[in-house]
Each structure stands twice: as C-alpha cells, then as structure tokens.
Design a protein around this ligand. Structure first.
Ligand code: E4P
Length: 218
C-alpha cells in the first residue's frame, strides 16, 4: 500500500520524504489556504520534492470551469493529479479531464455508490473520507471494505485512496483491507514510529552495552 502525506506544508513534506516511505501528496483548499505564498509555486515545489502524484483541488463548482481549472492545475507539473469533489458537476468534469489523459482524484467520497460512479467516469483515484464518517458515527473503514470489494468485482483500475485518516490504526486497517493508498497528516505518519516497547527495549540494549564496556575498561 502506498503512503501519501495529506499536507500543503513544505517543511512537513521535506522532513518526511527523505525517509523513503512517501509515495505522493494530497492537498486540499483548506490545507493550501494555511500556507503563505502563491499556491502554484507551493504545488510546484511539492512536486519537485516528492516526485510522485500530487493532488491539487479545483475550487470551481461548474463543470466547464472545473475543467478549465483542472487543465490549468495540471500544467503546473507533470506530477499534478486534478482533484474534483464528488458532485454532478465534478463527475462531468472528471469524465472530460480523464478522457484528455489527465489523472483525476474524486474527493469527498462518502458512499460506495459515489465511488462506483467516479470509477465509471475514469477516476484514477477515489478518496473516501473515513475520519469524517467516523465523526458522525458512521463506519469509515466499513466504506473502504465495500469499495475495495466493488472495484475488485469489476476489475476497475481506479485506486482506493483512504483519506481523512486520524491515526495509525486507519493505516493498518486500510492495508488489511487491500486499499491502494492511505493519505495521512504528518502527525499520523510520525505516530507510526512510536511504540513504547521499542523505546524501552532500545534504552535497555544501550544501557547494557554501556555497562559492559565500562566493566571491560576496568
Ligand atoms: C484528502 O485528500 C483530504 O485532503 C483529507 O484527507 C481531508 O482530511 P480531514 O478530514 O482531516 O480534513
């Protein structure tokens, strides 16, 4: 399963990409709005760092304007994936952009029926929002399982990009279910490194080693 960072922050991206575990980036208008500077330049820099799929979302809401904006975003860098929300207009825009050979990520997916329709119009990725579903007492990861099953049944090539993740267990469950990608905030990726038993174990190894070295020197 591929791992993306859900961020528009260059510092976060620069600190995680060298670890070699990051395959791409997702941004959204809320994330980019927090960053100072020109969003096109930020997206260009992100693409240069990650050298992998980088989702940039349209803010237009009519299909024709979404298509124009999508083409413009795609012209920023070869790694840009055009993100469109799942609306009637977004589905129309996805169909056209995909037919032009652009990669489209259909976002704000909250049901399996939406994911199926996005796949049918050629989406490269669908982004189901698991955390936001959990927030309203729905089963976010249950939705991932449904979408993976449907896409497997019909051999859709559309990839399931698990979005709105809140913790490391979302990543583990997504991998067990056979999702293609998990996109996570930097804090969730950092949390993957933490385990108290690993920390305690390493501390003991180092202490024992130091003690033995001291004893040998005496
Ligand atoms: C995905 O592409 C979205 O940017 C993102 O995962 C939304 O997550 P949130 O629900 O934490 O805002």
């Amino acid at each position: 399963m591929k791992l993306f960072i859900d961020s528009g922050n260059l510092k976060e991206i620069e600190s995680l990409v060298p670890l070699g575990i990051i395959d791409g980036i997702t941004t959204n208008p809320s994330l980019l709005a927090k960053e100072p500077g020109d969003y096109r330049e930020i997206l260009k820099k992100i693409c240069g760092i990650v050298q992998g799929p980088t989702s940039a979302e349209v803010v237009a809401t009519e299909a024709d304007a979404m298509i124009r904006e999508g083409r413009d975003l795609a012209s920023i860098d070869e790694h840009i994936v055009v993100k469109v929300p799942f609306t009637r207009e977004g589905v129309k825009a996805c169909r056209t952009l995909a037919s032009e050979g652009l990669r489209v990520n259909v976002t704000l997916i909250c049901s399996a029926a939406q994911a199926l329709r996005a796949a049918k119009v050629g989406a490269t990725y669908v982004s189901p929002f698991v955390g936001r579903l959990d927030d309203i007492a729905s089963n976010g990861m249950g939705l991932i399982s449904e979408i993976v099953e449907i896409f497997d049944n019909y051999e859709f090539t559309t990839e399931v990009l698990v979005a709105s993740t809140r913790g490391p267990m979302h990543i583990v469950e997504a991998a067990r279910m056979g999702a293609d990608i998990c996109t996570c905030p930097a804090a969730v990726i950092e949390a993957l490194f933490k385990h108290p038993l690993t920390d305690i174990g390493l501390e003991k190894f180092l202490k024992d080693w130091e003690k033995a070295q001291g004893a040998r020197a005496r």
